[in-house]
Design a protein around this ligand. Structure first.
Ligand code: FES
Ligand code: FES
Length: 166
């Protein structure tokens, strides 16, 4: 049987190959933490992690992820405690309506992994750029209609600083 692993649980791949990962989460698993905004790759609200890398779940079909490991916002906490990024979003007041927040948090977690792996952003080819500018660039695929961007960046920076000094 073909399976897809979501938050460490295996599920059968849906029969209909047109089922996107986002619709699979909502319609087959009643897992609604991942949000549908534009449904065509423009807003980032549906961001999840696939094998640790961020993916717009509205742009991939579930059947493409056979044997992959998907982490959604429901699976991002660690051993019952909030993930440090989740806590930092609360501490920094990094959301208002909260609709974009699951995607922002998944993206933030992946951005930190990208930086740890030394993966460049488009800004990396400029002469001078600040870490804040780089984070803005890396997070630019996640839109927030409430405009919580400064606090989102503050939350991500806070976690990175804590990790750098721990
Ligand atoms: S809902 Fe997927 S990018 Fe907007
Ligand atoms: S917090 Fe409302 S859309 Fe981002």
């Amino acid at each position: 049987m073909s399976v897809i692993t979501i938050n460490q649980t295996e599920y059968p791949i849906p029969d209909d190959p047109r089922t996107t990962l986002l619709d699979f989460l909502h319609q087959h698993l009643s897992m609604f933490g991942t949000k549908k905004g534009c449904d065509h790759g423009q807003c980032g609200s549906c961001t999840v992690l696939v094998d640790g890398k961020r993916v717009n779940s509205c742009l991939v079909f579930a059947f493409q992820l056979e044997d992959c490991s998907v982490t959604t916002i429901e699976g991002i906490s660690e051993e019952g405690a909030l993930h440090p990024v989740q806590q930092a979003f609360i501490d920094n007041d990094a959301f208002q309506c909260g609709y974009c927040t699951p995607g922002q948090i998944c993206s933030s977690v992946a951005v930190m992994s990208e930086l740890a792996r030394g993966e460049p952003s488009t800004l990396s080819f400029d002469q001078d750029y600040t870490r804040k500018e780089d984070l803005k660039e890396r997070m630019s695929g996640n839109l927030c209609r409430c405009g919580a961007y400064p606090n989102i960046l503050a939350a991500v920076e806070e976690v990175m600083e804590k990790e750098a000094t721990s």
